[in-house]
Design a protein around this ligand. Structure first.
Ligand SMILES: [Zn+2]
Ligand SMILES: [Zn+2]
Length: 235
């Protein structure tokens, strides 16, 4: 049976998403939303007829508050190991992130201080060191790949069918992401290295990624992602 993706809307209109990758042996939770998102995630589990104990792994695509904010709580509830890349440890452990706004919204958002708020730090039970982590041992046909760009330790989960959970490697929509123009690729409000993000996107495409599920907006297909990567390289 193939792994299916269920989107967990942390904020409405696609503004902020977490995801469940559901396979025959349980589920992987990809990102955990802002602090206080446990009820939203538990509701999504119920809707998929799953419970906390069905979560076999928690993958943090990166250590920003809107993705890692509830990770410590959810590890307590599930007992599942947390995986993130070693280069992301400083953000997951509470260091203020480097934030390069990509447009006006990012600059305004930065002024609110919301993205720099502290959140409960979370240690990694599985600290990814190299380029990839094979999910086979956990019963999933897929791989977590190191896909830097948005942050140095960003990772993406690529499933064998071509679905990829890419965090903030790209976004779509307006403002924070989502809301409208969902088929239009956009940079996330913050991005550390656009050229490195472009290379990561192209690597995922070359490895067979077909459908990109994103933290803000999405999902996007091959063509808009290729177009977006080309645009990033011109910056
Ligand atoms: Zn981010
Ligand atoms: Zn984000």
């Amino acid at each position: 049976m193939q792994t299916r993706i269920k989107t967990i809307p942390i904020l409405p209109f696609g503004m902020l998403n977490a995801f469940l990758a559901i396979g025959p042996g349980g589920a992987i939770l990809v990102d955990t939303g802002l602090p206080g998102s446990t009820r939203l995630i538990s509701r999504a589990l119920e809707a998929a007829e799953l419970g906390w104990r069905d979560i076999k792994l928690i993958v943090l695509t990166h250590g920003h508050i809107d993705h890692a904010g509830s990770a410590a709580d959810i590890r307590r509830l599930t007992g599942a190991p947390v995986l993130y890349h070693t280069l992301e440890m400083r953000y997951c452990m509470g260091e203020r992130p480097v934030l390069h706004p990509t447009r006006l919204f990012g600059r305004l958002f930065l002024m609110t201080g919301a993205i720099e708020r502290p959140f409960p730090p979370v240690t990694a039970d599985i600290q990814m060191q190299g380029e990839s982590f094979d999910l086979k041992t956990l019963g999933f046909a897929g791989t977590v790949w190191h896909t830097p760009g948005h942050t140095p330790g960003s990772v993406s989960l690529l499933l064998s069918g071509g679905d990829v959970l890419a965090g903030d490697l790209a976004a779509s929509g307006i403002l924070l992401g989502g809301i409208a123009l969902l088929d239009r690729p956009e940079r996330p409000p913050f991005e550390e290295h656009p050229h490195i993000a472009a290379r990561s996107l192209e690597e995922l495409l070359s490895m067979g990624a077909k459908r990109f599920y994103l933290g803000h907006g999405g999902p996007l297909g091959v063509e808009p992602i290729a177009r977006h990567a080309a645009r990033l390289k011109r910056l």
